[in-house]
Ligand binder design. Structure first.
Ligand SMILES: Cc1ncc(COP(=O)(O)O)c(C=O)c1O
Length: 481
């Protein structure tokens, strides 16, 4: 019978084996196809069956992960995985995250992990400095931008309740009017999901888009807030929209929010990193005037999944929602923070280790250099598209997302969506580079996002060469050649 107690002696050699496999994996990660093995779906299907009555032991189990498991994985930590907005893991972050698993501390309370609590406190302080946020704001690490949106919007909901003389954290929303939430067409699905979880509702958001891309209609926003006649509202702005990296005019929205008694929340999952480079910092100007802002760690900070950050101007509101004590929790001290009182989780992974380590290792200058390298790579791809006769840029790349489509000569506008959809499926099946399709201004488009520390010009150049090759194959098949 396999029993973990009986496997203690074998743990060191098991870890050594995994470390050796990991070393081999990262050594050739730059050359691995972004989409992983061509048989990845079948490999994933080989897992299953009944819960074993008698386990097969750690060695055999881990061997399966190192064979079938790795075959079923995509190489999303590699340099040509441009799907979604996917960061890799910097050397310091990856090593620190391993250590977080080895130590297995619970970063909910100082007493359960002085290390996790202190490093989270330092990480939050450093992140505020990195993003040039006021140092007196509160912050907390979460599992990602979705939970950060949830955390920050929970603070917004608490504030909104207080304007109605009600403690929503304690009493709920019952008896209150619907919460007015206004946003632009940039609003991300995760912010809607957060509103759904918060009992505000995901479909009650009033979307005021001023252009085809979705940027806020500012006069429309002012008109809407004015019509509320002093009633409190929540406004959600986006810094870095997923399809083309668009930004709402945050400074102007903050000004309106202040004037008309609204809470301004900024979803900066990856766009907040614009503040690291003077070349693009103006895109995210005014974030410091908002009431809350969030970003992801597993995107542009390049720490392993899962990690996000939420920052809130008035930290008292986080405590009002999440500060649930229990007789078996010790009393908290300012210099010994207990982060379970500031976010949704009680027991929490010590995410501070990876965030602290990567910031300690590379500093402000290292991150600025990486962001600016990615900006240059996005501009390079944009140039290649502009200079080609078979691709079309659908938006000027201002950050790290390049929105374009294939537009060969002789193909009518009405056929382009279907062609690009099929081409998108071919790119995913091929796997040499990896990115998906979206709908941008009503057109099926590609939106590779550059956010991995490993990515080079050579990787960027494969985007058009592979896409062109696959497109030619598709067209040849269609014409029966
Ligand atoms: C603007 C924006 N907000 C939120 C999210 C959700 O992030 P996560 O998947 O880390 O929860 C994303 C993900 O791409 C995003 O681009």
């Amino acid at each position: 019978m396999a029993d973990p107690f009986l496997e203690r002696e074998g743990l060191s050699s098991l870890l050594a084996e995994v470390a050796a496999a990991a070393q081999r994996y990262v050594a050739d990660l730059d050359d691995r196809p972004a989409g992983g093995d061509a048989m990845r779906d079948q490999a994933a299907g080989r897992f299953g069956g009944e819960l074993p009555e008698q386990g097969e032991g750690a060695l055999q189990t881990i061997h399966r992960l190192l064979t079938d498991g790795v075959e079923a994985a995509v190489n999303s930590a590699g340099p040509r995985f441009f799907h979604f907005v996917t960061g890799g893991a910097t050397p310091a972050a990856l090593a620190a995250d391993w250590l977080a698993s080895v130590l297995d501390n619970n970063a909910g309370l100082w007493v359960s992990s002085p290390l996790g609590s202190r490093l989270e406190q330092v990480a939050i302080t450093w992140l505020k400095a990195l993003f040039q946020l006021p140092s007196d704001w509160s912050g907390v690490l979460t599992t990602g931008a979705t939970m950060s949106n949830f955390t920050a919007l929970a603070a917004a909901r608490q504030w909104w309740g207080e304007q109605h003389a009600l403690d929503v954290g304690a009493r709920g929303l019952s008896g209150l009017p619907a919460v007015p939430v206004v946003s632009s067409g940039f609003i991300h699905a995760s912010a809607r999901k957060a509103l759904s979880m918060l009992g505000i509702g995901h479909s009650t958001v009033e979307v005021l888009a001023g252009d085809a891309g979705g940027r806020i209609d500012l006069p429309g926003l002012e008109h809407r807030l004015e019509a509320l006649d002093g009633a409190p509202a929540i406004v959600i702005a986006t810094a870095g929209e997923v399809n083309a990296g668009g930004f709402d005019p945050i400074e102007a929205m903050a000004e309106l929010a202040h004037r008309y008694h609204a809470w301004l929340h900024v979803d900066g999952a990856f766009g907040l990193f614009a503040r690291l480079s003077p070349a693009v910092a103006d895109l995210a100007a005014g974030v410091e005037l908002a009431d809350s802002v969030i970003a992801d760690g597993h995107k542009w900070l390049n720490v392993p999944y899962d990690c996000g950050f939420a920052f809130v101007r008035d930290g008292r509101l986080l405590s009002s929602v999440f500060g649930m004590g229990a007789p078996y929790f010790p009393a908290t001290h300012a210099e010994r923070p207990d982060f379970l009182y500031l976010g949704p989780e009680m027991s929490r992974r010590a995410r501070g280790l990876a965030v602290w380590a990567t910031l300690a290792a590379y500093g402000r200058a290292g991150y600025r250099t990486m962001v600016e390298r990615h900006l240059a790579l996005a501009a390079r791809l944009g140039r290649q598209i502009r200079e080609s006769s078979d691709f079309e840029l659908l938006a000027e790349p201002r950050l790290n997302v390049v929105c374009f489509r294939h537009r060969p000569q002789g193909i009518s506008e009405s056929e382009l969506d279907e062609l690009n959809r099929r081409l998108g499926a071919a790119i995913i099946a091929d796997g040499r580079v990896y990115f998906g399709t979206t709908l941008y201004a009503g057109k099926v488009a590609f939106r590779p996002a550059i956010s991995n520390w490993r990515t080079t010009e050579r990787d960027i150049d494969t985007i058009l060469s592979v896409t062109r090759e696959l497109a030619e194959r598709l067209l040849a098949k269609k014409s029966g050649r």
